[in-house]
Design a protein around this ligand. Structure first.
Ligand code: NDP
Length: 244
């Protein structure tokens, strides 16, 4: 039996991209999934596909900027499956633009989803993981959490914050709560569609011609989960071989 089998895994932002690919991969490995995002039709279709293939999954509409909804996602996991083994804090967006454009609404959106959403996720599962004396929090940072790119100052700031939170979870989770920070490079998902600045979008789309498949990141997440309880995989950077 793999270490993923029977684990109860919550995934935020599961309606597309990395979250969806991770759901498929973990379901095949026998995890019990609790999937959150805002687009219900996408979540329902994903759950139906997983169940059809013999997996286990439920979903709950969840906007990660709303703390009560994130708590509700954790409650749904406990109600349905009785415990929470892993939280994949994956929901995020990337409306890149030069600072000069002062797209302050988009800066706030990124802070709300990419940072506060991650914090609400941690808060929602922390007491349960403490009670269980076991748990695993996996946060999606980025290569942009290691290096700052032009037109990406605010996005990078949010992903640096996520990396800091992962390290905080590692330190303060002690020997009970494992912490994994996943830092992908260019991966083919819907993420780039959140860019409203035409020139920035053009540059990013050119870079993303070399993007790798979302399952590459799903495999990295599965690798971290399937390690035995005394092994804590803290950081994985994964990018296209061709990415400069
Ligand atoms: P997608 O755009 O395909 O997926 C993003 C997911 O986040 C969607 O399922 C979306 O669901 C969800 N989401 C957005 N806003 C909210 C919200 N307020 N509440 C709940 N869910 C929300 O992009 P990716 O799969 O690529 O992104 C996943 C994570 O990976 C992000 O954190 C991103 O920053 C990170 N990442 C991605 C990289 C890439 O190249 N693709 C590289 C590095 C990091 P819905 O709209 O239904 O709510």
């Amino acid at each position: 039996m793999s270490n993923i089998q029977e684990k109860v895994v919550i995934i935020t932002g599961a309606s597309s991209g990395l979250g969806e690919a991770t759901a498929h991969r973990l379901a095949k490995a026998g995890a019990k999934l609790v999937l959150g995002a805002r687009r219900e039709q996408r979540l329902k279709a994903l759950c139906d596909a997983i169940v059809e293939q013999g997996g286990e999954a439920i979903y709950r509409i969840t906007d990660v900027t709303d703390r009560a909804q994130v708590d509700g996602l954790a409650d749904a996991a406990k109600r349905e499956y009785g415990r929470i083994d892993v939280l994949v804090n994956n929901a995020g967006l990337m409306p890149l633009s030069p600072l000069d454009q002062l797209k302050v609404d988009e800066w706030e959106q990124m802070i709300d989803v990419n940072i506060k959403g991650v914090l609400y996720g941690i808060a929602a599962v922390w007491p349960t993981m403490r009670e269980q004396h076991a748990g695993h929090i996996i946060n999606l940072s980025s290569v942009a959490g290691h290096v700052v790119f032009p037109s990406a100052a605010v996005y990078c700031a949010t992903k640096y914050a996520v990396k800091a939170l992962s390290e905080g979870v590692r330190q303060e989770g002690g020997d009970e709560i494992r912490s994994t920070n996943i830092s992908p490079g260019a991966v083919a998902t819907e993420l780039t569609t959140t860019i409203t600045d035409v020139e920035t979008a053009q540059g990013v789309n050119e870079l993303y011609e070399l993007a790798i498949d979302a399952d590459a990141v799903a495999r990295a997440i599965a690798f971290a989960i399937e390690q035995p309880a005394d092994v804590d995989v803290n950081e994985i950077i994964i990018r296209p071989t061709k990415q400069p």
